[in-house]
Design a protein around this ligand. Structure first.
Ligand SMILES: Cc1cc2nc3c(=O)[nH]c(=O)nc-3n(C[C@H](O)[C@H](O)[C@H](O)COP(=O)(O)OP(=O)(O)OC[C@H]3O[C@@H](n4cnc5c(N)ncnc54)[C@H](O)[C@@H]3O)c2cc1C
Length: 323
């Protein structure tokens, strides 16, 4: 919690409003994150940060605390949006108006090559790569439309982030840092039909400047025993977890032998076409951690199956990687 106090920001809503309290409660429920309430204040915890709402007579203060400066910016964006939705404006003590969106770094595409039959590997270089090697394993890749000059999302005077729209709207798929070193990071794109990211990689990526936003979206599980289940899109993340997790890890993967590469020889790795069936068929102890990432439908069924057999929600990470 000491870390949580590292970065702070305060805002003021110039009217006492039950609508602000209701809006924060609704958002905490929608995001399924903890909310604590007492007679003096209401606090929502999210991404290791805290958003606290305190009534003072005829106004409300909004206090943000986060372990990283970029998360303060992200939380300020969300808080501004949450209260704006119910017609309330927050006057923030400080806003970096005009700055790139919090967590956004611009990088150069240094190389693109076929890694395996099913994957394209892309290397990005830039001053900021080290930031993406700690914390979350994932990032959002921001690509401008072909033939357009990139318009990057920037902080507006209100505290909200303004995203380019219409013909300048960015494509924003999520990827996993597959490998990294000083000044560079690699990610692996699974080839599939109708993919704007695959088309970009094939046609126009090399030498281009792209935006990457993060890191976020999940860290390496640290439980003593971990069961991974995932499809090709989860292969880069599973490869990292198999290499980095401190506990005993097994992985059930839906990918071709050629795409598995060295993992095809790893005794901890099994193949399965039906990942939901594989979950049902695996001996999972109540204290084991289950990590599942595949299509939205498969993730929904896997979650249902695990909850039905009594597995605790805190011991599972079930993610929809695509839909
Ligand atoms: C935390 C996280 C980490 C991820 N890491 C990776 C990664 O390292 N490598 C990777 O390749 N993907 C990864 N993904 C998945 C990736 O973000 C999605 O597959 C995304 O849709 C890819 O964008 P796109 O431009 O290819 O297609 P989109 O524009 O998103 O979709 C275009 C069409 O392709 C379809 N589609 C999307 N994914 C697939 C698929 N896998 N198979 C078949 N059809 C599909 C969509 O339904 C849609 O019809 C990750 C996702 C998450 C949430």
């Amino acid at each position: 919690m000491a870390q949580l106090r590292s970065y702070r920001s305060t805002g003021l809503i110039g009217q006492s409003s039950g609508a602000a309290v209701a809006a924060l409660k609704a958002r905490a429920a929608a995001w399924d994150v903890p909310l604590t309430e007492n007679a003096e204040q209401l606090a929502m915890s999210v991404w290791g940060c805290e958003l606290r709402l305190t009534p003072h007579g005829d106004s409300l203060s909004v206090d943000l605390a986060a372990p990283e400066e970029r998360l303060i910016g992200t939380l300020r964006d969300s808080a501004t949006e949450i209260f704006a939705e119910v017609g309330l404006q927050v006057a923030w003590d400080h806003v970096d108006a005009g700055a790139l969106a919090p967590g956004l770094s611009l990088m150069r595409v240094a190389s693109v090559h076929d890694l395996t039959p099913g994957f394209i590997r892309v290397r990005l270089t830039g001053e900021d790569t080290a930031r993406f090697t700690e914390g979350g394993m994932h990032f959002r890749l921001l690509l401008p439309p072909a033939g357009r000059t990139a318009i990057w999302p920037r902080v507006q005077p209100t505290g909200r982030v303004g995203w380019p729209e219409g013909a300048d709207a960015l494509h924003r798929a999520v990827y996993t840092v597959a490998a990294y070193g000083p000044g560079w990071l690699d990610f692996d794109i699974f080839r599939h039909a109708g993919s704007p990211t695959c088309d970009w990689a094939a046609d126009r990526a090399l030498g281009m400047t792209v935006g990457i936003m993060g890191p976020g979206g999940g860290t390496c599980p640290t439980a003593p025993r971990v069961h991974l289940f995932g499809d090709e899109t989860a292969l880069p993340a599973m490869r990292r977890i198999l290499a980095e997790a401190p506990g005993a890890v097994t992985a059930t993967i839906r990918a071709s032998v050629a795409d598995l590469g060295d993992l095809a020889q790893d005794a901890r790795v099994h193949s399965a076409d039906d990942l939901v069936w594989a979950v049902a068929d695996t001996d999972i102890a109540p204290e084991d951690h289950v990590w599942f990432a595949a299509s939205a439908d498969e993730s929904k069924f896997a979650r249902k199956a695990l909850i039905a057999r009594g597995h605790a929600k805190r011991d599972m990470m079930i993610a929809a990687y695509w839909s």
